[in-house]
Ligand binder design. Structure first.
Ligand SMILES: [Zn+2]
Length: 323
């Protein structure tokens, strides 16, 4: 039973907004673009691995948590791709979507990727990642006085990955091997260590201490393009508010929804709170009255009165209905 669904990672959402609003000519653009592509690739691989769980015959009493995040004892966010809880053992899965050849060097704790274009990239060793996650879950179980065995594995979600030198400490294999590996684990750990009630306590506690990463890009906010941006034009053209709609300066396309998309960008890049004045400036609306009418029409929650009033942009702003 899935108790935590995989959502698009917050950092990926921020990067999407950032790339929409950073001019391609800025020197930081390629850095953020690379980050974006890497993260998106990882996310696609994780979605692929989530589907694989449908094919696995599991005991009725189990819980699956996808993209679990919590704070470790040092105050950093630990992000675990997949956790499976059962009455027999806990299983932690690290998913890698990498093309080319990969090699683990246990002595040097090095993880290298020879890419298709013959360049070599070095990444954080997934074995160290899995072991860190195991320690985190062990620490949490100690608090609850629950002592299930914990095992981990690394899967490669890209069928073209060539696994060269294998890791010695943690099993690593292609995604197609997940099914038989989980079966093997259920055979190996066949004793019920905890009751279903204890298992549920562990699941509830993990969900209670879930804490999402609140990543902020290191960039001068003045560099970001404000307001509504045309999606049809490739050159980040400005859209002007005109009688209930936004009109592109360049191609004259009309849009209403761009209001919500731009507010989501505002939330992700600037703040979830916005005053009428900030709203007016952001969208370059010349009339304070027009700006006020528009922000009021969204029926956003707010705090403060009159001039000090600020409105809250919720994370589901895209689902709002525009009049
Ligand atoms: Zn346009």
């Amino acid at each position: 039973m899935i108790v935590l669904d995989r959502e698009k990672p917050y950092k990926l959402q921020v990067l999407e907004s950032l790339l929409r609003r950073l001019s391609v000519t800025e020197h930081e653009y390629p850095k953020f673009q690379k980050m974006y592509f890497q993260l998106r690739k990882g996310y696609i691989g994780e979605l692929r691995s989530d589907r694989e769980w449908n094919e696995i015959r599991m005991p009725e009493e189990h819980y699956l948590l996808f993209n679990y995040e919590t704070e470790n004892e040092l105050g950093n966010i630990n992000q675990i791709d997949t956790i499976m809880l059962s009455r027999y053992f806990v299983f932690i899965l690290e998913v890698k979507n990498i093309s080319g050849r990969i090699d683990f060097d246990d002595e040097k704790r090095q993880f290298t990727n020879l890419k298709d274009d013959n360049t070599i990239e070095v990444y954080t060793n997934p074995e160290d990642q899995v072991e860190r996650h195991i320690r985190t879950i062990e620490r949490i179980m100690r608090i609850l006085n629950i002592h299930l065995p914990i095992v981990g594995a690394i899967v490669f979600s890209n069928t073209s990955t060539i696994i060269g030198q294998k890791p010695k400490r943690i099993p690593a294999f292609h995604l197609s091997g997940l099914n038989s590996h989980v079966n093997y684990l259920f055979n190996k750990y066949s004793n019920e260590v905890v009751t279903f009630e204890e298992l549920t306590i562990l699941k509830d506690y993990l969900l209670e201490i879930l804490k999402r990463d609140n990543w902020k890009p290191n960039i001068d906010k003045n560099k970001l393009i404000k307001g509504a941006i045309c999606e049809k034009c490739s050159n980040q053209s400005f859209m002007k508010y005109h009688f209930g709609r936004f009109v592109c300066d360049n191609c004259s396309v009309l849009s209403k929804d761009v209001l919500l998309e731009s507010l989501l960008d505002y939330r992700l890049l600037f703040s979830p709170w916005i005053s009428n004045n900030e709203f007016k400036e952001y969208f370059s609306i010349s009339s304070a009255k027009t700006s006020y009418k528009l922000i009021k029409s969204l029926n956003l929650n707010f705090k403060g009165n009159n001039r000090s009033r600020i409105y809250y942009i919720p994370d589901n702003i895209l689902s709002y209905k525009l009049k």
